[in-house]
Structures are given as C-alpha cells and as structure tokens.
Design a protein around this ligand. Structure first.
Ligand code: UPG
Ligand code: MN
Length: 741
C-alpha cells in the first residue's frame, strides 16, 4: 500500500504524484488512485517546479497521507523508531505545566511505545523541571491508558479538560472526573514547587547526593545531568509497558563559554539520543508545542517510508498553529500566510525552510550526509560519501563526531544505511551520555559546522534547514486535516518585538555566514530555493528603506519638495496603481489563505511596526557583532500559563528602546500633517496644488502605526512610557530641524 501522494489539479483533472524526480515519475505512481500517464505526470512535476508564487497564483503542491491504510494491522511492524526531543530553559518563563503537557502528549502517542523515546532538554538545569517530570510520569501512568481506552484525540490534558466531557455515559463520566482530579493534583504539585522554589529532596537525590547542587558545591559529581526517568520494559521484553522511555538531560554550562543557545542544546540531544536509542528519525518540539494528533508520526512515516528516493524527504515541517488566539489575529503574530503561501509554495521547489519546531528530521541529513542516489544507480553501496565528499571511515567520523566510540558506531550505522544499531538500554549508557553533554566535547569536532544544528545564528532553524537543503535533500511541508501541533504565540508588544528582533538578527547572521545563499557555494541548492533563502536573509535590511519611505512624505510636506507626481499628472495613476496592486495582492493572499480582511489589515500593521523597530535594531546588533563588540542573544519568548486570561488584543509597550523608532516616525509624520493641514485651513496652500500623494502617504503611515498613535494618549501598559516619548520627541525635533535647513 502506498502511503503518500501529492495531488494536484490541472484543468479539472486530478493528478496523483509523489516524486519530483522526472525519471521516477510514471513508473512508480501508476499503482495509486487511478493511472497517471507518464506525460501527464511530467506535467505535474513541471507545475510543481514553478511552485512558488509565479505571478502570485501558484500554491505549490499539496500532499495527502493515508496512515490508516498504510500502517495499521501487520504493517505497523514496519514503523521505525522515532526520537522526540523537547527543549525548555526555565520553568517560570516557560511554565513547567506547559512542558508537562507537551510531554504527556508525546507519551500518549498512538505509536508502538517501544519505538518512541521522549527526551527533555533542560537548559536551565532546574530541579523544578526535573521534579515536574517525575510527577508527570506518575500522572502519565493513568492518563495514557485513559487516552487509549477512550481513544481521545487531544492528549494534552489541559486542552482536553478545557472542554466539556465528550460523553454523558455515567461510567465514563466517573473516570473522567477521576482523571480530572488527578490532573488538578499534578498542577497543584508543580505550582507549589514553583511558588516555594523548593522540591522534595528525595526526588532529586541519588545515593544521598543532590544532583542539582549548585556549581560550587564540592559534592557535585557531574557537571551535566542525564536521568532515565522511565525506561520502557517492552524493549527488553521483560514486561508489558504503556509508556515510552522518558529521559531528562541538562547539559553542562560554564560561564563565559558560548553554549550556542538552542542549537547547542539540540546537538547535545542528538548525541545523547544517538547513544541511547539512535532512531533514524527525530521529531523536535519546543516545550509549548503539544501534539494534538496522536497519529502524527504515522502521517510523517507515510512520507519517509514511501518516498521513491530518500532525497525527497530530508525533513517534514508541519505548520505552527497557536491556541488561545483572538479572532482576526490583532497582534499579527500567527504568521498564517507564511505557512499557507511561502511554505506550501516551496513544496514545489526544494521544500519549506525548517521552522524550529513541529519538524521531523532524518538523522542522516542532520549528520551532514548527502542523500544516496536512488536505487544505487551511480555508485556501489559500499562507497558512501560523507560531508565534503570524504568517504566514511571510522577515523573520519571520529574526527567529526568526537571521541565517544559508541557515538561513532551509532553515527556510522545511520550514515551507512539509514539504519540504527539496536542500542542496549538507555540506563547502561549514562556515563557516555554525560560525557557527550559536556561543554568540552565539541572542541575540534564538526558539531555545529557540518553536523547537527548549525551554530552562528539565533535562527538556528533556518540555518540548519539551509544546510540540509545544501546537501541536496528536499523537504516537505505538510498540513494534515486534523492539526498536528499547537503552541503559544507571544501575547504582548514587547515580546513580539524581541522575538522579531531575534529572527531578523539571526537571518542577517546567516547572510554573513559561510552558508550565505548569495555566495553560490552550495551546488546542490536549487536556484529558486537559493533565491528564497536570499529573500529571507536579506529582508531585514529592507528596514532601512522602509524607514526612509516612512519619513519621506513628512519631509515633502515640511519642505514642500514633492517626490510623487501631482494629482493632475497622468503619472499619478502609475503611483496609485502600484499602491493598489501591492496592497491588493497582500489582501488577496490573506483571503485565499482563509484569513479575514481584518487579519490582512492587522498583519500589515505588525509588519510595519516590527520592521521599523526589530529589524533596525537587528542590523545594529549584527554590525556590533561583526565589529566584535557584542554577541547576539537568544532571548526566550515567555509563554503563557494554561489558564492565563486571553489578552485583549491590544498592542502593549514598555520602556525598551525598540519602541523609539516607530514613535519617532509617528511624531515626525504628525508634525508634518499638522503643519500642512494648518496651512491648508489657513488658506496658505491648497491641497490639490501638489503634495496630495505625500499627504495621503503620511496619513497612511499614521494609520498603520495606530497602536503608537493611541499609545501617545493612553496610560499604563497600553500607553507609551514618558521616557520613550521624550527620547523620540527629541529625535523627531532634531530630524525636522535638520530638514528645515
Ligand atoms: O538557550 C536556549 C534558548 C532556547 N531554547 C529553547 O528553544 C525553544 C524555542 O524558544 P522560543 O523562545 O519559544 O522561540 P520562538 O520565539 O517561539 O521562536 C521560533 O524561532 C526560534 C529561532 O529563533 C526557533 O528555535 C523556535 O523553534 C521557533 O518557534 C524553546 O523550547 C526554548 O526552551 C533552549 O533550549 N536553549
Ligand atoms: Mn515558541
């Protein structure tokens, strides 16, 4: 049975296809859903190849998967193991109960338990996170059988219990109530630990030693902590067991050493999981992203296992969806059109960029190995090439992967035949795991350069995806009908700007790195894919132009020098036409992505705000980094608790300098409009005289920055702090005075 098909419709005829390699098409796809003649199939491929927004009309190739037909009953034994990695940094900023829910949604997956392993990376090395995982495991022992028994869809308890019981059957209701009580108890325990910042000593001690003792303590045995919280018993056949492995890892951190933020954490996890379970596929999740489709792995496997050649499927990116969001996305932070247009469109080229979470990886691709050619056409199986075209000798792997012999062996198994050597048991490799989680392990290895998550950018996801694409792998963007993952989006103005600043700075860092898509070094990166990467990484620089355009109309109004054609001039139609077509297209793109007109309007506003603040500051940060004066930082986005009140959807402010540029732009435009209006009202000048276009543009800027306009008069979080208004006022005054001369 074939599990994956791409379906596309041309002139009313639906074509079914799954390969983008023209040579593979026709032969392998006749088996599915009716015949696909070779000629027509080629047409589909060509159609997919011009996938990304040619003329803004094409939406790339949609995919469908049929896991139930492919992997039920006996075929379930074909399913490969998957390592699931969850990252967290701080039980307060990223509430421990959210992480617990994500872990529970993983433990309760509808997948053979002995084939999944759940790894939690705790970059904060917090006893509270560890303790909450112990409690989560106790709850899971009841929760998972409950989910299986009643075939529950939403397996993150906070989501499940936020709705009414799905049935009124008394015996079900009794169990439901019971389970709800248990969940409340779990919540209470975690909340108490957070409140008192204290956990029961016996939960974090081993042989009388507290493993979380502070750095300076002499009794501290290991700098990194690796704990097998639960080891699945089915693996060694000793007993029945409902739960997969659950493993806690806190890597070593030493002051003044560059830990490479999330990328560093992911690489430690790649190594530890490589030693313990070494699954050929890895799913990585941010701690707030729970799984809401318990069959998600089967969906992903439809792609991995049924691709005509492994090259087609390096990684599979699912959309990032958010819960608890307001209608019409008032803060413009859901990025829906990014997924519905760009990511989907990229399916037609080399596939979507990697988005940091909700993504299945092929370990082999992450290990820096290019895809093997289909059916061993070009070279014999024995001659397998690693990065930089070198043959995979043990010596070579050791120099790339580090000193651990067990890790070298596991990497070899992955690189050679995508397979996995059956590791003994997680608890038997603790010593080795501790070693590979230490800071010094990566010295003089290829981690972060050729292997694993890439270093050097705070947008490690895009950079890592670019690396994988550069090796010749393709990726897939896939949206199953039932959403697969849900998480939280930042809920207030300052957090949105800080997040966007990190993204903009990270993208610029990629542009400055040796993976720069403009340098043309990566021979396997397709031209249009390269152009898209170039578009993403260059985009923060456009903020300088946007800033100029945002104050140019004010300049004209204040100085009387026009930059647009006069209204009575026929050329005015061209300018108006450009304006209408740009915004008309944005509008159209939103409507066809299932967004409302208001949502388009809101996202336009957020775009202008973020580009005028976050992107400008990002340029500054990266210039400082290039001059060696400072480093870019990964500020973790705070995540709401599961019961946080829905925000009212208003943009909020604080005294961060990020708010200065948009406020200055507002003040300059306000001054220009007031001056011009008073001239017109006073009869000194006539609106239709000239400068109609400039006047309109200035008002347009004000309308787009309306949260700032409101912020000038509002109080509290909704108002701009005085310090920002005064600094921006001084800057605006300076700019206007300069123009006057
Ligand atoms: O030093 C660090 C910093 C972050 N994280 C984890 O990284 C994840 C993402 O952090 P978050 O602040 O939630 O990122 P977002 O603002 O949501 O950022 C997006 O963009 C990031 C790249 O900038 C990607 O890594 C994310 O997956 C993606 O969701 C979280 O699980 C963190 O716990 C670490 O493990 N160590
Ligand atoms: Mn996040």
């Amino acid at each position: 049975m074939v599990g994956i098909v791409g379906v596309t419709e041309i002139k009313g005829v639906t074509y079914v296809i799954g390969a983008t390699d023209i040579n593979d098409v026709g032969s392998s796809w006749e088996t599915i859903g009716g015949k696909v003649e070779e000629g027509k199939a080629k047409l589909v491929v060509v159609d997919a190849e011009v996938g990304v927004r040619v003329g803004g009309m094409d939406r790339g190739m949609p995919y469908t998967s049929y896991p139930d037909e492919s992997y039920s009953g006996e075929s379930a034994s074909k399913l490969p193991p998957v390592d699931i990695i969850i990252t967290t940094t701080d039980p307060f900023r990223e509430p421990a109960i959210l992480t617990a829910n994500t872990v529970l949604s993983v433990l309760a997956l509808d997948y053979p338990v002995e084939k999944i392993a759940c790894y939690v990376s705790d970059d904060g090395r917090s006893p509270i996170t560890f303790y909450s995982l112990l409690e989560t495991l106790e709850f899971a022992k009841k929760w998972v059988p409950f989910c299986r028994k009643f075939n529950i869809e939403s397996r993150a308890p906070f989501m499940y219990f936020s709705k009414k019981p799905p049935s009124s059957d008394p015996s079900f209701l009794q169990e439901w109530e019971c389970m709800k009580c248990e969940y409340e108890r779990l919540k209470r325990r975690i909340a108490e630990a957070l409140e008192t910042e204290h956990v029961p000593l016996d939960s974090v001690s081993e042989n009388g030693v507290n493993c979380f003792e502070s750095e300076s303590s002499e009794i501290r045995i290991h700098s990194s902590i690796v704990k097998v919280i639960h080891e699945n018993k089915v693996v060694d056949g000793s007993e029945d067991d409902d739960l997969p492995h659950l493993i806690y890892v806190a890597r070593e951190k030493i002051p003044k050493v560059n830990h490479h933020y999330k990328a560093g954490a992911m690489n430690v996890m790649a190594r530890v999981s490589g030693l313990m379970t070494n699954a050929p596929f890895i799913l990585n999740l941010d701690c707030d992203m729970h799984i809401c489709n318990p069959k998600v792995i089967q969906h992903a496997m439809c792609f991995y296992l049924d691709c005509p050649s492994e090259r087609e499927c390096g990684f599979i990116q699912f959309p990032q969806l958010f819960y608890g969001v307001l209608d019409d996305d008032p803060l413009g932070n859901q990025h829906k059109t990014f997924f519905t247009t760009l990511a989907k469109g990229m399916n037609g080229i080399q596939g979507p960029v990697y988005g940091g979470t909700c993504c299945f990886h092929r370990r082999k691709g992450l290990y820096g190995v290019p895809p093997s050619p289909p059916a061993d056409k070009y070279r014999s199986k024995e001659k397998i090439l690693g990065f930089n075209g070198k043959e995979l000798q043990d010596e070579f792997i050791r120099s790339a992967f580090g000193e651990s012999s067990a890790l070298v062996a596991s990497a070899h198994a992955i690189m050679r035949d995508n397979g996995w050597h059956k590791p003994s048991s997680p608890s038997l490799v603790i010593e080795e795991s501790l070693m590979v989680s230490n800071c010094s392990y990566e010295a003089n290895t290829a981690w972060g350069k050729e292997v694993g998550w890439m270093y050097g950018s705070t947008v490690e996801d895009v950079m890592t995806g670019l690396k994988v694409h550069s090796l010749g792998w393709h990726s897939i963007y896939y949206t199953p009908e039932q959403p697969a993952f849900m998480g939280c989006a930042p809920g207030n103005g300052p957090d949105i700007l800080v997040q966007n600043k990190r993204w903009a700075a990270g993208l610029l860092e990629i542009l400055m790195s040796k993976l720069c898509p403009l340098l043309g070094k990566q021979r396997q990166l397709m031209l249009r894919q390269r152009m898209l990467y170039a578009y993403f990484t260059v985009s923060p620089i456009t903020s300088v132009a946007v800033l100029c355009y945002a104050i140019l109309p004010a300049f004209s109004l204040l100085t009387g020098k026009s930059f647009l054609p006069k209204i009575q001039d026929p050329a005015f139609i061209t300018a108006a036409g450009l304006f209408i077509s740009v915004h008309g297209y944005g509008h159209y793109e939103h409507l066809t992505s299932g967004c409302s007109a208001r949502e388009w309007w809101n996202s336009l506003r957020t775009w202008l705000i973020t580009i005028l603040s976050a992107s400008l500051f990002a340029i500054f940060d990266v210039v400082m980094k290039l001059m060696g004066l400072s480093e870019t930082v990964f500020v973790v986005t705070p995540k709401g608790g599961d019961e946080e009140e829905a925000s009212v959807g208003d943009f909020t402010f604080d005294s961060s300098p990020l708010f200065i540029p948009p406020t200055t732009v507002i003040l300059i435009n306000l001054a220009a409009i007031i001056q011009r209006t008073s001239q017109i009202v006073g009869g000194h000048s006539e609106l239709k005289d000239n400068l109609f276009g400039e006047y309109f543009c200035s008002v347009w800027v004000l309308i787009n920055l309306r949260p700032f306009l409101k912020g000038l008069v509002r109080k509290g979080k909704l108002g701009l702090p005085w310090s920002i208004v005064i600094k921006s006022g001084a800057l605006a005054l300076f700019v206007c005075r300069t123009w006057a001369y």
